[in-house]
Design a protein around this ligand. Structure first.
Ligand SMILES: [Zn+2]
Length: 164
């Protein structure tokens, strides 16, 4: 009984928060714009680490560990077609974000906009857990918060990718 009430309120709370409460810095914007302009793996890694640190500092929460894996996105095939792929992951227990840097099928380096989308998506899970004390789920509110974060980081709207 208690548990089902808790789950419902977690969902309702996740849905009700549509903005991220962060006073975005010029550094955060510059790092994001840098990421949108590079496909170089080392630069991508370094800018990502700095951006994640900056965002967590601005939000007043613990920083995250970050791993950029030089391998294809984890995926499953059925009859030769990709039926599932995972863009990235966040593990709240050890505060770890992990992103595979290559596309599932062809193993090409991810395009900047897909990459940045995945990075911010995973960091927002961290924000949900640590700042909002939520069990972070993919509610409509989650995607509204993600869009708000992207607006604050001045990512052009046409670069939004809500495919996951
Ligand atoms: Zn997610």
């Amino acid at each position: 009984m208690f548990r089902s009430i808790f789950r419902q309120s977690n969902y309702e709370y996740s849905n009700s928060v549509t903005k991220v409460k962060i006073a975005i810095s010029d550094d955060a914007i510059a790092l994001t714009q840098g990421l949108l302009q590079t496909t170089d793996t080392e630069e991508r890694h370094d800018l990502s680490e700095q951006l994640l640190d900056e965002l967590s500092d601005l939000a007043g929460i613990d920083i995250v560990e970050f791993v950029l894996v030089d391998d294809n996105q984890i995926h499953k095939k059925r009859d030769g077609k990709i039926v599932m792929k995972r863009y990235g992951s966040y593990r709240p227990g050890d505060k770890m974000i992990s992103i595979h840097n290559r596309t599932a099928a062809r193993g090409q380096i991810l395009a900047p906009k897909s990459y940045v989308d995945t990075l911010l998506h995973e960091w927002l899970h961290h924000y949900d857990f640590k700042k909002l004390k939520l069990n972070s789920i993919h509610s409509r509110g989650f995607y509204l918060r993600l869009n708000d974060l992207k607006d604050k980081l001045q990512i052009p709207r046409e670069k939004y990718d809500q495919s996951r």
